[in-house]
Design a protein around this ligand. Structure first.
Ligand code: XMP
Length: 517
């Protein structure tokens, strides 16, 4: 396994994802982590991330001495390379020409890291690499033992290497896709140079996690709140594989789910896979508690609390449960541990039933806490979950509760659910679903005038929202074809009573959020 030391780069998580894509397990730790903990981790190699600082200033991050004492290969990226060069006896200086964005690097083929990796060959016989650069400082003099392995016009030392000790540094970012050979370079490092086997595959991950779960829970019983979302679905499938009958799932239908969702969950898990799922129909209870409440945050609280009450009651009826399983994944862990920088915490669904384990005296089981979303999806497929379920757009915990503006009523949830289903069905049919990151309908409880045949209609409005985003922190509205929108709008107005107008949301995030509430 590989250790990634984080110096505060926005790309640190990307490095980890690329290393895992190369089939090698890795973890991110902050650069100032306890050295004893790093030693315990016993990595086969270390990657030093980039970072926003400059080694010229005191009190900026340094590579812990331990990294060089482990005797394993090290790859420094950007700031990671500068810190390594600085600490091993080279010099780093502010660059007269700062470089940000695309650059072409001349790679010298004699280093193990870059040998035979190139985008183009240059007339002089160098390999040329198209890379993504971002730096203010540059390495001015090599540390003893190192050679130059890459250069650009403005940074004659854009890559350094010491094949003997297995120490390398690159000024560019191999982890971003703009660096076309980046994946090969990282793969060369972790597999070719560090000698990792590349056996971190979906099948092995499942075996590995199952064995750990079995060891952890022994013959005790596990309870899981199944929401139909990707993470809890994969946990259910995994635990079913690992411990079979010791797993019981509770699925709470809060009346705010997508069309047919409860039936789908029951079909997939209970009927098809043989998982024990208790379905609780709590629609009335949720809608009663929500009656008359218009404030979005208050609605969220009511939905979250009601969920916990219902779940708690169901769980109380089960005897002999010692564990509560949750679908926590690695980005949640990194973000709450502060190992990655700056990024605001992604809002977790209330299905991660906060506070319940203590109240019910349960131990917490989080089998996915070391996996990225794409790994969770891959093992989901491998475990036999349907692709539509595993590749599904995210759905907020409070569900349609935050997609009906103001007060939630049954008279609104029903038409909204149908409008949403038509939109999603058409997106899939037109091959647009996977090209949008999230798409849904919103119910606007205002009436507008319409006309059909000779009659005048005075009915509600539905807004359609579709966005493209990588991280859900910023998003662009999706430029869906007009013909497509026209078709969806006609279907919604014709097929659903009570709706006479459909509008399309053309607001980006920021300033608008993805959800309307
Ligand atoms: P916003 O609306 O903040 O949404 O741009 C960003 C992402 O988070 C989801 N979201 C929620 N998820 N509980 C959740 O589990 C919530 O209260 C909640 N609010 C927003 C939203 O669907 C989008 O994917």
């Amino acid at each position: 396994r590989i250790l990634i030391l984080d110096f505060g780069s926005q790309y640190t998580q990307l490095i980890a994802r690329r290393v895992r894509e190369a089939g090698v397990y890795c973890e991110i730790r902050p650069w100032d982590a306890e050295p004893a903990r790093l030693r315990e981790f016993a990595p086969r190699g270390v990657v030093l991330s980039g970072g926003p600082e400059s080694v010229h200033f005191e009190d900026t991050p340094r590579v812990p001495d331990l990294v060089f004492e482990l005797g394993v290969p090290v790859l420094g990226i950007c700031y990671g390379m500068q810190a390594m060069a600085h600490q091993l006896g080279g010099t780093v200086e502010p660059s007269a020409q700062k470089e940000f964005g695309y650059a072409q690097v001349r790679a010298r083929g004699h280093s193990r890291l870059l040998r035979d990796i190139e985008d183009h060959a240059s007339p002089e016989g160098y390999g040329l690499l198209d890379v993504w650069m971002s730096h203010g400082d540059r390495v001015a003099a090599l540390p003893p033992g190192f050679k130059v392995i890459a250069s650009t016009g403005s940074a004659p030392i854009a890559g350094i290497g010491d094949d003997e000790r297995g120490l390398y540094g690159v000024q560019f970012h191999p982890e971003v896709t703009h660096t076309r050979q980046g994946q090969r370079i990282l793969e060369r490092f972790v597999r070719g140079i560090c000698g990792c086997a590349g056996d971190w595959t979906a099948g092995n991950i499942i075996e590995d996690l199952s064995a750990r779960v079995r060891e952890q829970v022994g013959d005790e019983n596990v309870l899981l709140g199944l929401s139909g979302g990707v993470d809890s679905s994969v946990v259910a499938a995994l635990l079913h594989r690992a411990i079979g009958e010791q797993l019981t799932c509770v699925f709470v239908d809060n009346g705010l789910l997508r069309l047919g969702e409860g039936d789908q969950v029951m079909a997939t898990f209970a009927r098809h896979m043989g998982v024990r799922v208790l379905r609780v129909d709590a629609e009335d209870r949720f809608l009663d508690r929500l009656a008359g409440v218009a404030d979005p945050e208050q609605k969220r609280k009511i939905i979250g609390n009601t969920f916990i009450d219902v779940f708690d009651e169901e769980a109380g009826r089960l005897e002999n449960v010692q564990w509560l399983a949750q679908g926590t994944i690695y980005p949640d862990v990194i973000e709450s541990a502060g190992a990655s920088t700056g990024k605001a915490h992604v809002i977790k669904s209330h299905h991660n039933v906060g506070g319940l384990p203590e109240r019910m005296n349960l131990k917490l089981l989080e089998p996915l806490r070391e996996l990225f979303k794409d790994e969770v999806r891959r093992i989901g497929l491998e475990l036999g979950l349907p692709a539509e379920m595993v590749q599904r757009h995210p759905f907020p915990g409070p569900g349609l509760g935050v997609r009906i503006l103001g007060e939630v009523r049954k008279a609104y949830t029903d038409p909204l659910r149908r409008a949403d289903a038509i939109f999603i069905e058409e997106l899939r049919r037109h091959d647009l679903y996977d090209r949008t990151s999230q798409a849904f309908a919103v119910f606007l409880p205002v009436k507008s005038v319409g006309v059909t045949g000779d009659g005048r209609r005075y009915e509600y409005v539905v807004a359609l929202r579709a966005v493209e985003t990588i991280d859900f922190m910023t998003a662009r509205w999706a430029q869906l074809p007009y013909d497509f929108l026209d078709h969806v709008s006609r279907r919604i107005i014709n097929e659903i009573d009570g709706i006479s107008r459909v509008v399309y949301d053309i607001s980006g995030k920021p300033p608008a959020t993805i959800e309307w509430e």
